[in-house]
Design a protein around this ligand. Structure first.
Ligand code: OOG
Ligand code: MG
Length: 261
């Protein structure tokens, strides 16, 4: 195992994102703990903030069995979504800006009050949620073939690349049970995957609670106004130029974009 500084790893990942090149996973040649991975992520996030980018909110990843199985990992992780990653509903994303994009259908939460762990439950998250909305997350691992271990993907800001939020904001009322909320993902009008909110840690709000509890170990909170992705319900699906991708979520509405060249 060669030695490499965490700064150097952050630099390599930023360069891979900027120049759209994929690199071998770090752990193929260096030892890296999950904690190291989060240290690299922090350096990378700080770099983006210094470059003038703004955080939209944290995101959870690998929160469903489908995703854990697909990526061969067994623990949820978090990362950050930035303003430059957000694309408007029914908008376009250029494939030339990305390496090997995959799409995921998710439920996003708009946070009404700071959520400070530890000990946060899903019920507390729901009480502090202003709105929920459908989202399509476009992940784009900076590692070749999405081949990574947990420390690698944590360092790579949880593969964050783009996100499209639906236009409709829904207040949580008694007739909405996010665990039983159906979600279907379509590529070019063909249904490629579907599931219910319960696939995400039994209830998507549990994912946000888990995030608050993990962040509390670092004295961080989920902030009022943050828009937080709770994680993909199904596997991620590879997309190619020309594809039109849509997610439909029961009662929350739909969200769509086109991948152009
Ligand atoms: C990591 C990101 C996972 C999700 O919703 O599960 C994620 C990856 O699979 O590349 O965003
Ligand atoms: Mg995701």
């Amino acid at each position: 195992m060669g030695s490499i500084t965490l700064n150097k790893i952050a630099e390599m990942l930023l360069n891979a994102e900027e120049n759209r090149i994929d690199i071998p996973r770090i752990t193929a040649s260096h030892e890296l703990s999950i904690e190291d991975g989060y240290k690299v992520q922090k350096l990378l996030v700080q770099n983006k903030i210094e470059s003038g980018h703004r955080i939209i909110g944290p995101k959870m990843g690998l929160t469903s069995k489908a995703k854990m199985k697909q990526m061969n990992v067994n623990e949820p992780i978090y990362g950050y979504i930035f303003d430059y990653m957000v694309v408007s509903d029914n908008g376009t994303i250029s494939a030339e800006e990305l390496i090997h994009p995959r799409v995921e259908a998710e439920i996003a939460f708009v946070i009404a009050e700071d959520i400070k762990g530890p000990g946060i439950t899903g019920a507390e998250v729901l009480a502090k949620t202003a709105y929920v909305l459908p989202a399509l997350e476009i992940i784009d691992s900076r590692y070749k073939n999405f081949d990574f271990t947990l420390p690698d993907v944590v360092a790579d800001n949880a593969s964050s690349s783009r996100v499209v939020f639906g236009n409709k904001l829904t207040k949580l009322t008694n007739d909405i049970q996010l665990d039983l909320t159906g979600i279907a993902l379509y590529i070019n009008n063909e249904m490629v995957d579907c599931g219910a909110g319960a696939a995400v840690l039994n209830h998507p709000a549990n994912s946000i609670a888990t995030l608050a509890n993990i962040l509390s170990r670092k004295n961080e909170v989920i902030k009022k106004g943050d828009i937080v992705l709770s994680g993909a319900v199904t596997e991620a699906h590879a997309i190619t130029t020309g594809d039109i991708i849509t997610a439909k979520v029961d009662k929350l509405g739909s969200v769509s974009f086109k991948l152009t060249n």
